[in-house]
Structure formats: structure tokens, C-alpha cells
Design a protein. Structure first.
Length: 278
């Protein structure tokens, strides 16, 4: 199927898994690799960390792959890379950006990268993000393992009568592995809001009452789609700022990027070590 023949994800009659399979075929052709092992989604503040995983063998513009678009957020990179993991023959598919729900392209586009990773052979996905923290002891630059999530988008990537168990969305095995590598890691519940506006202090208080520790605008829809596709999920949030109302300082996207730059070395070492042992 040529690129011009691939139907749009926004068309309700389109099978999103067929588009993911077509995207995976392009990745195979461009990388010369039949199957990748692990996928990583690098969220806000995580852009520099992928370099420590291993050698980038191939870089592909997102716009060359069916269903993908250019990066829409500062600090994200509109490419995907095939990275050799350490000195092994294993490969990681590293996404430099994601489609956020607030971009208005629909839930199918939000989770297309996850489904493409599964179609490309990945059995594990590491989903990262930059977020606001509700715990005062979590200073900007603190990585936190996601133990569970609360999805406040009122959306699901799963269509039809397909009932997926979400008891352990975020793999206990992978969280334990990450803690072996960095014993100082803590865990928290991630709350996804729709965005693109930041949460109000009242909404942050609500998230805390519901059991949330972290607030942001991504991840939960991707994690649900990953479990539907049979992927084992590791979620890691980078606390880039105190959530609204926790700090009296107004929120700015630049502080998200700055916290990422400051924490790049620790987060990069963590990612590289985890990926090397999965």
C-alpha cells in the first residue's frame, strides 16, 4: 500500500491498526530492521536523555511515516530514531515527540505511536512525561515512577466491545527493576487532564483528593492502548514544577524545559540502565 493509499486515522471507517501496520512497514524499510524490541516516548523535559541509550543508527522524520505528524510542542523533536541498545543487537524505537490530546487530532492519533511500536515488534514501551507534582518534597527535576493513573479526558483509545484489564497498567516488574537501578525512586499516581491550559489550584486539590500525586496532559491514553496491544508498560514522570496552588509562582512551559535540562543526566542514566536490562 502506497502512502497515498493509506486512509486517514480521522476517518471512522479506517482501521487504526492497519495504519499502524503500514507505519511499521515504513520503519522496517527505512531502518533495515525487521523488529524493534523496546519503544520509548520522550516527553517534555526528556528530549536529551535518549542519547545515552546507545548509538542512533537511523533517524526518520515523523512526516515520512503514515499517521504521524510534526512536533507541535517546544522541547519535542519531530523525528523517530532506531537506536542500538548498548553493545547488543537489540534495537529501541525512540519517539522524540508525541501527539497530545489537546492538539485536536483525535484519540487515534494520540495512541498511533504506541500501536505502531507494537506492529514494529516491540513488546515493552517506556512512556515518559513532564508534569506537575503535588508533593512538596518532589523538587523540580525529580523522576517519579507511575504506579497507576486517573484518566480525566473522558476518552478511551479502545473502540467497541473490547474489554481490557487495567489492574496493572504500569508493570510491577519493570517498576521493581527501575528501583534496583535507582533505589531513591518513588512512585505516584498520574492524573491526565485534557489541556492545553494548566490545571487550576482547585483542580489540583481535586486530583489529590482522588488519589493523584502528579498532574499532566498525556500518558494515560497511551498506556491504555499499550495494554490493549499487549505491551508491558513502564511510566516515568519528571516533576518539572510544583502543580498549581502548591507553589505561588505562575506556571510557564519554559520552566518545564529547564527542569528537563537540569535533570537530563540522571534521567538519561536511568533510562539507559533500565532499557539495557529489560
Amino acid at each position: 500500500m502506497s502512502a497515498s493509499q493509506i486512509p486517514a486515522l480521522s476517518d471512522p471507517s479506517t482501521d487504526p491498526f492497519e495504519v499502524a501496520a503500514a507505519a511499521a512497514d515504513v520503519i522496517r524499510e527505512r531502518t533495515g530492521v525487521d523488529s524493534h524490541d523496546i519503544a520509548l516516548v520522550l516527553g517534555s523535559g526528556w528530549g536529551q536523555t535518549g542519547d545515552l541509550i546507545g548509538e542512533t543508527v537511523t533517524t526518520i522524520d515523523n512526516t515520512d511515516v503514515p499517521g504521524f505528524g510534526a512536533a507541535a510542542v517546544a522541547g519535542h523533536h519531530g523525528t523517530m530514531r532506531s537506536v542500538r541498545i548498548g553493545d547488543s543487537d537489540r534495537r529501541a524505537l525512540v519517539y522524540g515527540t508525541r501527539t497530545h490530546y489537546y492538539e485536536g487530532r483525535g484519540v487515534r492519533a494520540v495512541v498511533h505511536g504506541v500501536r505502531t511500536a507494537a506492529a514494529a515488534g516491540c513488546r515493552t514501551i517506556v512512556i515518559t512525561n513532564g508534569c506537575g507534582g503535588l508533593r512538596e518534597e518532589w523538587a523540580p527535576g525529580t523522576p517519579v515512577l507511575i504506579s497507576d493513573h486517573i484518566n480525566l479526558t473522558a476518552e478511551s483509545p479502545i473502540e467497541g466491545a473490547n474489554f481490557v484489564d487495567l489492574t496493572d497498567v504500569y508493570s510491577p516488574r519493570l517498576r521493581a527493576l527501575a528501583k534496583e537501578i535507582d533505589p531513591g525512586l518513588e512512585e505516584g499516581v498520574y492524573v491526565q487532564f485534557r489541556g492545553p491550559h494548566y490545571e487550576t489550584p482547585a483542580e489540583v486539590r481535586m486530583a489529590g483528593i482522588l488519589g493523584g500525586d502528579l498532574v499532566g496532559m498525556s500518558t494515560s491514553l497511551e498506556a491504555i492502548a499499550a495494554r490493549q496491544s499487549g505491551l508491558e508498560v513502564l511510566g516515568i514522570s519528571l516533576v518539572t514544577n510544583p502543580a498549581a496552588g502548591i507553589s505561588k509562582t505562575p506556571l510557564h512551559h519554559e520552566e518545564v524545559l529547564e527542569a528537563g535540562r537540569a535533570a537530563a543526566e540522571r534521567c538519561g542514566r536511568l533510562l539507559a540502565a533500565v532499557v539495557g536490562r529489560i
